[in-house]
Design a protein around this ligand. Structure first.
Ligand code: C2O
Ligand code: CU
Ligand code: CU
Length: 499
């Protein structure tokens, strides 16, 4: 269902559909009782993860350079032993190639749209001109093509690319099209971090399947909570395993799920050494036992299997967590199995210093903007005129309306206020990176991956998060939105114009 029909339903007949049949159950869910597999309005909510055995080797997507062609298309992929209908950027498989370039490179990527609906590509994390950004209105029609051409001048980091056409983003991403975009630079190279086969891209996604393909058909409840799958995939593989040696590895992790948040940890309780996030390296490594990763966010993590005996099995898992709203965090499950198969001598030692990051002074901000991201308006009567959709400052996305006017090359503070909300919202701003100033309410603090540079920040129910945003000389109309893709497609997105 796209936003327009959702809004229409929520405004007119939503009340009667929901109220008559299932409002009691729905309100039960709103009291934060854990309902994982509830039936609402006749639709089963698939928030529970059904693990399978970890018997399939991890797939590593092929790597291409700055010149490539992507052909979004309906195709098949072998997933879990079945040949399934999916979307791909090439025949026979979900996910596109990993694009790996050096800072300073010019990129030329041709996209040939072989879908029967509009698509485009947003380069999530790249600081590039507006006509290359994949704005929701800037689409490639079926049979059309477009050359994305831009120069990358930002620091090393893990970004990603995915479709962003107005109303189709969630379904296209869920059905399989997205990919990793890596930038290298000399600062990063000098650190001699694990590379080659010791640097592993890990794209975590949850999916729902029928016997014939990936299923994307959100119910009203899915549109409220986000569409979750009961199977967890890494790089397109359900329950994969990866053979490793007794050494350090660098995991480049992307949460490419539509709405599921993961609380990543290792099953042997070893440290996750956080060295980077959305915008590149942190100042210094931070060791944690677990870390939350919301849709759209990235992590650069070192893990060590040194000292483990051959045959050891260690899982990357998702632990339970609190304050994830009514649908998230109530289950722990395994994601990826590492099997230690080889003993090696590893001379790598974790650098104590990674990068220089200048903290932006709050006093340099010339303006503060507040964004209330409460959704559903439950307290004020969910079925009232404002009920239903996901809004920012009471508004749903309108491509004909500019919501915020910003002056290029100035710095602002933006506040995402979910203090009255009941759902998590990972808030993302296009074409820039910000620093997180603070979080009040809820968790009341920053987590290890929120230092340095971010482009997406998780705002849990009850929280208010302040970010400081240095706008560059990139001008034009960009969007910012919740990266729960159901929320985004339902209108939880606004436009800011930089001039
Ligand atoms: Cu990855 Cu506008 O999103
Ligand atoms: Cu983006
Ligand atoms: Cu949201």
């Amino acid at each position: 269902m796209n936003r327009r029909s959702f809004v229409k339903v929520s405004g007119a007949s939503f009340g009667s559909i929901m109220f008559a049949s299932s409002i009691a159950e729905f309100l039960t869910s709103c009291t934060k009782t854990t309902i994982l597999n509830n039936t609402v309005g006749g639709t089963v909510q698939l928030a529970i993860v059904n693990e399978t055995s970890f018997l399939t080797p991890l797939n590593i997507p092929v790597t291409v350079g700055s010149n490539a062609t992507l052909v979004p298309q309906s195709t098949t992929a072998t997933i879990g032993g079945n040949s399934l209908q999916v979307l791909g950027y090439q025949p026979n498989g979900i996910l596109g190639p990993t694009i790996r370039i050096n800072k300073g490179d010019s990129v030329n990527i041709k996209v040939q749209n072989n879908l029967s609906e509009p698509t485009n590509i947003h380069w999530h994390g790249l600081e590039i001109p507006v006509n290359m950004d994949g704005h929701p209105s800037n689409v490639i029609d079926p049979s059309g093509s477009f050359n994305y051409q831009y120069t990358v001048s930002q620091r090393a980091s893990l970004s990603w690319y995915h479709p962003h056409p107005d109303g189709y983003t969630a379904s296209q991403v869920f059905k399989g099209i997205a990919g990793v975009f890596l930038i290298n630079d000399s600062e990063e190279t000098a650190l001699n971090l694990p590379s080659g086969e010791n640097e592993i891209p890990i794209v975590i996604q949850d999916k729902r399947f029928s016997s014939t393909g990936i299923v994307y058909s959100p119910s009203l409840m899915d549109n409220m909570n986000g569409y979750m799958g009961d199977k967890i995939l890494v790089n397109g593989v359900i329950s994969p395993f990866k053979e490793v040696s007794t050494r350090y590895y660098r995991l480049r992790i992307l949460n490419g799920s539509n709405s599921r948040i993961y609380n990543l940890a290792l099953s042997n309780n070893a440290d996750l050494i956080i060295i980077g996030n959305d915008g590149g390296l942190l100042k210094a490594p931070i060791n944690v036992k677990s870390i939350l990763l919301a849709p759209g966010e990235r992590l650069d993590v070192l893990v060590s299997f040194a000292g483990l005996t051959i045959g050891s099995e260690i899982f990357l898992q998702s632990n339970m967590f609190s304050s994830g709203g009514m649908m998230q965090g109530s289950q722990s499950f395994n994601i990826l199995k590492f099997v230690v198969t080889k003993s090696v001598a590893d001379t790598f030692s974790v650098p104590t210093k990674l990068s220089d990051i200048t903290t932006i002074a709050e006093s340099s901000a010339i303006k503060t903007r507040n964004f209330t991201i409460t959704s559903m308006q439950m307290q004020s009567g969910m079925m009232g005129s404002s009920g239903g959709g996901h809004k920012i400052n009471g508004k749903v996305y309108d491509k004909n309306r500019i919501d915020e006017y910003v002056t290029a090359n100035t710095t602002e503070i933006w506040t995402f206020d979910n203090s009255q909300g009941m759902e998590p919202h990972p808030m993302h701003i296009h074409a820039l990176h910000f620093q997180v100033l603070d979080r009040t309410g809820g968790r009341n603090q920053l987590i290890a991956s929120e230092y340095g540079w971010k482009d997406t920040v998780l705002v849990m129910p009850g929280e208010k998060v302040r970010v400081i945003v240095p706008f560059s000389s990139l001008t034009g109309t960009y969007v910012f939105h919740c990266h729960n893709l159901e929320h985004e497609d339902n209108g939880m997105m606004l436009q800011f114009q930089v001039s």
